[in-house]
Design a protein around this ligand. Structure first.
Ligand code: HEC
Ligand code: HEC
Length: 156
């Protein structure tokens, strides 16, 4: 499908075809660790660690009490287990150059949606669509990527 046809299919509320990341040169696996899988999917899909650098995950995990307007804090032991997993499987730890592209050493995005790669692959989608009633937020990946929390944008 062309880029335009794909976008149109999403706009019509249809499922996106299962996606890999050929354009970014990475196949990012879903969250496959407990307790991360359970604890980090209580309010949104469990975001795969390979979509941000280790320093971003460290920053998020060090401030779970003030997590995007929510208190997502956990006991220290659980927090450490999750942080270790996220850091070990981060984009830079795994050598996902495409995911890291455009990010300077000074940048520590706290959102996947602030990552240059994310903006780049979604640049043709109207901002108003992300705020629409159906989608609500650009962080709501599964509104458009229906297999997003299972096989992450992969055939499963
Ligand atoms: C109590 C609810 C809650 C829990 C539990 C929670 N989060 Fe969140 N998280 C949120 C909210 C709310 C947002 C903002 C979503 C939005 O902008 O639409 C968010 C956003 C995020 C984002 C940014 C998404 C983006 O690109 O905009 C990341 C990354 C994230 N959470 C990671 C985690 C991790 C890691 C855990 C587990 C340790 C976790 N969250 C657990 C509520 C939660
Ligand atoms: C409003 C619907 C929508 C939301 C929400 C959304 N996406 Fe997308 N995403 C798309 C569309 C449509 C494309 C294809 C863009 C194109 O080809 O023009 C895409 C492309 C992608 C790609 C590239 C796939 C490839 O093969 O190049 C990835 C990876 C991706 N999105 C991840 C995410 C993540 C992670 C989130 C949540 C933080 C998210 N998306 C939120 C609609 C959305």
């Amino acid at each position: 499908m062309t880029r335009l046809a794909l976008t149109a299919a999403v706009l019509a509320g249809l499922t996106l075809p299962a996606l890999t990341l050929p354009v970014l040169g990475a196949t990012v696996p879903p969250v496959n660790q407990e307790p991360a899988k359970t604890e980090c999917s209580a309010c949104h899909m469990a975001y795969p660690p390979g979509l941000m650098p280790a320093r971003s995950w460290k920053a998020i995990m060090s401030n779970l009490e003030n997590h995007f307007g929510e208190d997502a804090s956990l006991d220290p032991e659980t927090t450490k287990k999750i942080e270790d997993y996220l850091v070990a499987n981060a984009a830079d730890a795994k050598g996902y150059g495409g995911i890291m592209r455009g990010l300077t050493a000074q940048d520590t995005p706290l959102k996947i949606t602030d990552m240059p790669w994310w903006k780049w692959v979604h640049s043709e989608i109207s901002p108003t669509y992300f705020q629409s009633k159906r989608v609500k937020s650009s962080a709501n990946c599964t509104a458009c990527h229906f297999s997003g929390d299972k096989g992450y944008f992969e055939e499963d």
